[in-house]
Write a protein that binds this ligand. Sequence first.
Ligand code: DQA
Length: 158
Amino acid sequence: MKIAVIEGPNLNMLGIRERSIYGAMTLSAIHDGMKKIAEQNGVEVEFHQSNIEGELIDRIQECYGESEAIVLNAAAYSHTSIALRDAIAAVSVPTIEVHLSNTAQREEFRHKSLITAVCAGVIAGFGPFSYHLAMIAAIQIARETEARKNAAKAPPNE
Ligand code: DQA
């Protein structure tokens, strides 16, 4: 079972960037915590961060038929990118939208996410712990997806 973690622009700057909002933890430290959760649950996890919208779209498309769930912090593109939204809808891999900050408490332009409607759910406002919660949700959803796939493959009961 595979979970893809995809992160958008400026998240490579965590630990340096606006620490009063995003905290002091680096992205690789957050990933270490997620790897532990994945290991404990026997799932594979792959990480990809990019500052480039098209690369994020390519990565989402690669998840088609490959990953059972996606954990996505699209960062600023959450508020602007119809193309990302369309990519999530295209692959129909259950996607959990994540934000470190509580975007509803921040500037008005962050209140609207263009991707929420095509995501399975949103976790925001818990700092690095948002990712951990998202990982737990992703594992649960991935298990359900896999169980459905296996049931569809199984021969019908007599
Ligand atoms: C963010 C919130 C976005 O509004 C912002 O553009 C980010 C990070 C978060 O994790 O809180 O880059 O996605």
